[in-house]
Every structure is written in structure tokens, then in C-alpha cells.
Write a protein that binds this ligand. Sequence first.
Ligand SMILES: Nc1ncnc2c1ncn2[C@@H]1O[C@H](COP(=O)(O)OP(=O)(O)OP(=O)(O)O)[C@@H](O)[C@H]1O
Ligand SMILES: [Mg+2]
Length: 238
Amino acid sequence: MTKLIVLSEERPFAQGGNRLCFVHPENPNLCIKVRRPDFSLADRRRKKGFPKNLKPLSSFDDNQEEWRVMQSFEKHLDADAFKLLSRCYGFVETDMGLGLVSDLIRDDLGTISETLKKCIWDNGINEDISTAVKSFAEQWQRYSIPSRDLLLHNIVVQKHEGKIKRLVVIDGLGSAGIVPFYWLTTKSLANKARRKTANLYERIDALLDQRGQDKFPGYHGLLLHTGHTDSSNNGGAH
Ligand SMILES: Nc1ncnc2c1ncn2[C@@H]1O[C@H](COP(=O)(O)OP(=O)(O)OP(=O)(O)O)[C@@H](O)[C@H]1O
Ligand SMILES: [Mg+2]
């Protein structure tokens, strides 16, 4: 029998609109994502309204969708494309439901990497960030990685010796369409990747415009803790 992993007694290190993210209790380099108990699949479907609410409940499950997409990436994408993504390893049973296991992105000193949203909010745009974004966008286009909109809280910034090593997309892959990406022409995949990176730049500009306000916009992208055993360094997301 497979072992049930207890998460309900742990503190998630972050949450999104749909999922809670935990450090894997048995491996600090992995994370486990489970559905937020306060926002069920049925709630999510109800919120969509007609006609999207006619779709089966399973189609609202981000974990299942992400796993499906990542498996098709393993088959169809260049191996180097995974430098821009956190790899997924499938499901484990937890006391909070099925959890999807993936690489947890950490900086060289062990801190869980912060999101591009938080990084730009704190620093504005400096040379290190603009070089990293440019290199990310070039590679995203080179590998034509299929994604939904590239949101700033779904990209994390991995640092090494105080400098940005790479940007990694941790959510929002695949596409809303029903046609699998590998049926599309190389040209249309490339066009799509180019559009997604172009609107990443627009999002960065919009966030820079918001920087005058005193409060970080929303909880998306704020860490609840750094993932170290020392809990004194808790970030405050609420
Ligand atoms: N592999 C990872 N490495 C480091 N941080 C991560 C990782 N996965 C998630 N995070 C952090 O957790 C937050 C929420 O994760 P995620 O985006 O997967 O949740 P979600 O509920 O699917 O989000 P959304 O609201 O975009 O649907 C991210 O914004 C990021 O700060
Ligand atoms: Mg997300």
C-alpha cells in the first residue's frame, strides 16, 4: 500500500488561486501541490458560468491538466526546453487529496525562489532582470513552448551568488484549446510563443506602473515562508 503523506499539519510555502504548495516532507527539492480546500472544483466550475460550466469537473483540475501537459512536453519538446520549466513527477496521495509533485525551485542558498512579480515589485527593472527576461523570452520562442498567458506570479527567479541564473515557469502551461499542440504547425507554435512573450513585457510595464502604490498587489506570488526549517523568517501574505 502506498504511504499517505500528511500535509494538513504543515504550513504551505505559497498559494495560488487554486492550489496550495507544500515542500515535500521527504525531499526539500520537491514541492507538492494540492487543491485549495476552501475552493473546490465544484466552486470553480460554478464561478465560470455558462457555457463553460457544462464541462466535466475533471477539466477544472489544474493538477491533472498540468500533469497531462508536462507528459506531452516530455514526448514532444527539445530536452533543453526543460531548463525553463519545473519538471513534474506525477501524483502522491496526501491527506489533502492527490498532490502533484514537481521540482521546487530554490536559490543557491536554499531559499525558495521568489516570483518575477515580487522581484520586479521590489527592485523595478535593473540590468540583471532585463537581461534575464530577454534571455527567457528568446529561449521561450526558440523552443516554442505552448502556454497560456505568461503571468508574473507563475514565473520564478532563480538566483545564484546574488545574480539571476534563470527564470522558470511553474504554472500556466499548455493551452485552453482542444487541439493538442503537436498537431499545430511549427509556424503557428512560434507565433503563439512570440505573442505570449510580447504580452509578458506588457505585464511587466503594467506592474512597473503600479509600483507607486504602497501595498503589493494581491497575494499571488508572495511566499508564506522560505522553506528553511527556521520558521522565524516567515513572509507575511495575509
Ligand atoms: N516549483 C515551484 N518552485 C518555487 N515556487 C513555486 C513553485 N510552484 C509554485 N510556487 C509558488 O507558489 C505560488 C502558487 O503556485 P501555483 O501558481 O502553482 O498555484 P495556482 O493555484 O495553480 O496558481 P493560479 O492562481 O495561477 O492558478 C507561485 O506563485 C509561486 O510563488
Ligand atoms: Mg499560478
